[in-house]
Design a protein around this ligand. Sequence first.
Ligand SMILES: Cc1cc2nc3c(=O)[nH]c(=O)nc-3n(C[C@H](O)[C@H](O)[C@H](O)COP(=O)(O)O)c2cc1C
Length: 298
Amino acid sequence: MSGLSVGGVELRSPVLAASGTFGYGTEVPLCDRRRLGGMVSKGIFLQPRPGAPPPRIVETPSGMLNAIGLQGPGVEALIRDYCPLWADWDFPVLVNINGESVAEYAELAARLDGVPGVSGMEVNVSCPNVREGGMFFGKDPAQAAAVTAAVRRSTRLPVWVKLTPAVTDLAEVARACESSGADALCAINTLVGMSIDLSTGRPRLAFGTGGLSGPAIHPIAVHLAHQAAQSVAIPVIGIGGISGAEDALEFLYAGCQAVQVGTATFIDPNAIGKTVEALEALDWRRLVEGTRSTVSAG
Ligand SMILES: Cc1cc2nc3c(=O)[nH]c(=O)nc-3n(C[C@H](O)[C@H](O)[C@H](O)COP(=O)(O)O)c2cc1C
């Protein structure tokens, strides 16, 4: 381990795989796993879900839109099929948890509490691709606080809360989650977008809208992660459009303690490993030490 403790989780490097872009990590042997700081698994609900109908992914300028709709096997299958694998891995796995009610989030957290292989929970109050739950909880500070507090009461594991950019004041939501017991915040989830097929006049995604990710969202994500880091004392994990070490460094300079990489691994499965190597070559800890305090909102 690198001695990098972030929000109660011992990371091996400051770069994690983002939820939904790394499945349950079973393809990890294909990648350079030595460099992976940790992984957040695909979002899970209590029950199995088929997700949204296809097409679910379309490419857009400098990014992509997805509407997977939180497809998943449900928590019992996750515990049976994947957690035993994770228990043998040499990097931490956080489970991205989802619910349609506060009670469902709490039940999921309780079910996963103490399961070998689970190092923490990332509470997804920010998914744009489901009709019930998801972003609803993350848009309202009181709802975000209610979910965070219920999860906090249900587990002794580290609780990270993943924020949505679809708010007027991210700082308010960030503070609400912090005061309800979050150990860290993750900023950001995708932004809602739409792409229209000119030959049909209809949206190219079957769900209609989708979550925009990739380089197109990087400056927005850096701004919002900076805003979150300025407003809370707990660590912030920066997410959005990271393709390499420079993109990651912007988040670290903005006050984040770690970052997650998602869409870039669709282009290069070793994007995380390469980012970590390049960060180390740049001596990122020294760079960040010298710069963090000088980045202000302007
Ligand atoms: C195909 C796909 C599936 C995703 N699924 C989830 C998910 O299940 N839970 C979640 O919190 N975020 C999910 N996300 C959002 C990512 O974890 C990340 O926050 C977002 O893509 C921004 O990072 P990036 O620009 O590096 O991809 C998904 C993103 C993509 C592209």
